[in-house]
Design a protein around this ligand. Structure first.
Ligand code: FES
Length: 168
């Protein structure tokens, strides 16, 4: 018989450590999963949001399209409303521009200044943009309006996350 026998105290220590560890893992794993779940969940979702705009109704004149979607920030869910100025080019391509002025972030409007017809006008400091979003030199904005990636599904317009303007 071996001299290295496990004492009663050692046996209890090993047993309690093992059982305690097992129970701790059982408690901690769901907590850990809960903690990182929103981060993991945000990954796989599509980035396009549905609008109520029928593509067939779009013309060559920019139309204001408001759309709302649910946004999840970690554990907080809220409804976000965004706006796009959307029109069709002569070729039938759909252009969707962000209304956020590249100067200080005010909202631009189409054809809103009688002195500068058929342009996007920012009322805050008189910023001007051409129809394709290009900023007019000599006015405060120094960059073109961002563009939304677009998709059409079942005849309706879907918009993605705005990105730098690639039309100008
Ligand atoms: S915020 Fe638009 S011109 Fe200043």
């Amino acid at each position: 018989m071996s001299k290295e026998r496990v004492s009663r105290r050692q046996f209890l220590n090993y047993t309690l450590t093992g059982v305690g560890g097992f129970m701790a893992a059982g408690v901690l794993m769901p907590m850990l999963r809960f903690a990182i779940d929103p981060v993991l969940a945000a990954e796989g979702k599509g980035n396009f949001h549905a609008t109520k705009q029928k593509v067939d109704d779009l013309t060559e004149t920019p139309t204001r399209v408001d759309f709302t979607y649910e946004q999840k920030d970690a554990w907080y869910t809220s409804n976000v409303t965004q706006t796009a100025w959307v029109y069709k080019t002569k070729n039938g391509d759909i252009v969707a521009l962000s209304p956020i002025c590249k100067h200080l972030g005010c909202t631009v409007n189409w054809n809103a200044n009688k002195s500068h017809p058929n342009m996007f006008f920012c009322p805050c400091h008189g910023g001007l943009y051409h129809k394709n979003g290009k900023n007019v030199p000599g006015t405060p904005p120094t960059k073109p309006l961002d563009v939304y990636p677009v998709k059409v599904k079942d005849g309706y317009l879907y918009l993605g996350k705005p990105k730098a303007n690639n039309l100008v």
